[in-house]
Write a protein that binds this ligand. Structure first.
Ligand code: NAD
Ligand code: SAH
Length: 408
């Protein structure tokens, strides 16, 4: 282990800790009871400072924790080493090699966890396809993101899901803030810090007007961009139009876009046809799952040459001599080329994770093998603690008002 890296990682972890008010309030309330005693939790989630804090709090709750990443490029090696120096088992490294990434996931599963924290469903997919003999050991999983839940729900539909999965992403205290404001801020943070370009006055195309797309579009507007939205859902398209954005077919929009950001969870949002029409010097970034929204393999195939022009920025020269700039190999730009969501956002998401993992552990053997909602008490608990830490008091319903609202 490298002591300079460890020191740098510890600083990052301590800085995040100072602002993770909800997580540390819950820790204070619950740690004496050791509600996760006996749990062995495998975490496959972007390994950076906020995640390290979650791992440490889970350990303080009595669990044994094994930590790996959920994207080849998002592990921060200094944080990984720092966490390991604090006694957590870590199998993670920033890598450009997918094979190495998957080897880390297998090493994590070699530790025989009984609870899973997945972000994107990679551990659950491996367990259900390549390591089925381990399925009976798993008491349940929590899933962090939209695409992970999509994958878990198709597993459920196929009748093969072998343990209960808590849909953390769908909790209100998660997606309303994390997907929207978290992705909104951190995507722009990553684009700006990696390109050092101006956003004001530029034409920005955001593909997808779901929770993430809305956040990215809202923040682009605040930075002074002319924002264009492309969608496949007619209702979301109308919503975008009424929120004041220009809505266009993506093939038309790419002709005028200076920056293109995908946030759909879908593949081939950008196709060969789109590449033909794009402007010279366009910036391409993805904020959704995997490197298939802006298809990395296709761009590699179509380009006549490529070179790295800044950290995390690769210039592709096309047959028509136009140059395109792809950030972070088309992987989630905010995590592969930044620090991910801001601390206070992950504080709320990880508080939902903590309480959901405790719920799974305390109800082991009693829950159905399906994708389950986060209990509303958990959402409310996290909201109440967050309000308190913000110093905000709100009005409360009187008995009489409750009666009135429930009457016909
Ligand atoms: P969502 O379901 O709310 O939104 C996705 C939107 O994309 C939908 O409105 C859908 O109609 C639209 N869409 C689908 N295919 C499209 C296409 N070809 N062109 C244009 N629009 C299309 O999902 P979300 O919560 O916004 O998540 C989006 C993706 O981002 C998921 O993969 C999710 O896992 C990921 N995510 C990333 C981060 C991050 O930190 N970067 C954070 C949260 C979620
Ligand atoms: N394996 C997928 C994961 C999708 S990531 C992939 O790499 O494509 C999307 C999730 O990352 C979001 O739901 C969000 O909650 C989480 N995330 C965002 N910033 C984070 C951070 N700083 N630390 C840990 N997780 C983060």
């Amino acid at each position: 282990m490298n002591s300079e890296l460890i020191e740098s990682g510890i600083k990052k972890i301590r800085w995040a800790m100072k602002y993770m008010d909800v997580l540390y309030t819950l820790k204070k309330e619950l740690e004496n009871k050791k509600p996760l005693k006996g749990a062995r939790i495998a975490m496959s989630i972007h390994l950076e400072a906020k995640t390290a804090n979650l791992a440490l709090v889970l350990r303080d709750m009595g669990a044994e924790v094994i930590s790996t990443g959920c994207n080849p490029l998002s592990t921060q090696d200094d944080v990984a080493q720092a966490l390991s120096s604090m006694g957590i088992k870590v199998f993670a490294k920033r890598t450009h090699d997918e094979k190495e990434y998957f080897e880390n996931l297998h090493q994590t599963l070699d530790q025989h966890p009984n609870l899973i924290l997945d972000d994107g469903a990679d551990l659950t997919t491996i367990l259900h396809t390549q390591r089925t003999n381990q399925l009976k050991e798993i008491m349940g999983a929590c899933e962090e993101t939209t695409t992970g839940l999509k994958r878990m729900r198709s597993l459920e539909k196929s009748g093969k899901l072998s343990y209960p999965v808590i849909a953390v992403n769908d909790a209100q205290m998660k997606h309303l803030f994390d997907n929207r404001y978290g992705t909104g801020q951190s995507t722009w943070d990553a684009i700006m810090r990696n390109t050092n370009l101006l956003v004001a006055g530029k034409n920005v195309l955001v593909c997808g007007y779901g929770w993430c797309g809305r956040g990215i579009a809202m923040r682009a507007k605040g930075l002074g961009a002319n924002v264009i939205i492309s969608e496949v859902d007619p209702i979301k398209a109308i919503e975008a139009a009424m929120d004041g954005f220009k809505v266009m077919n993506s093939l038309e929009a790419v002709k005028i876009a200076d920056i293109i950001i995908t946030a759909t969870g879908n593949k081939d949002v950008i196709t060969e046809e789109h590449f033909k029409f794009m402007k010279n010097r366009v910036i391409l970034a993805n904020a959704g799952h995997f490197n298939v929204e802006i298809p990395f393999d296709l761009l590699e195939k179509l380009a006549k040459s490529k070179k790295e022009v800044r950290d995390n920025v690769v210039e592709y020269e096309m047959e028509n001599n136009k140059k395109f700039y792809l950030l972070a190999e088309g992987r989630l730009v905010n995590l592969a080329a930044g620090d991910g969501h801001p601390v206070e956002i992950m504080d709320m998401s990880f508080s939902i994770q903590l309480l959901s993992l405790i719920y799974l552990w305390q109800n082991k053997g009693k829950l159905q093998n399906s994708v389950l909602k986060v209990p509303s008490e958990i959402d409310l608990k996290v909201a109440e603690v967050k309000l308190k830490t913000l110093g905000i008091t709100i009005d409360r319903l009187s008995e009489d008002q409750i009666k009135y609202l429930n009457s016909f």
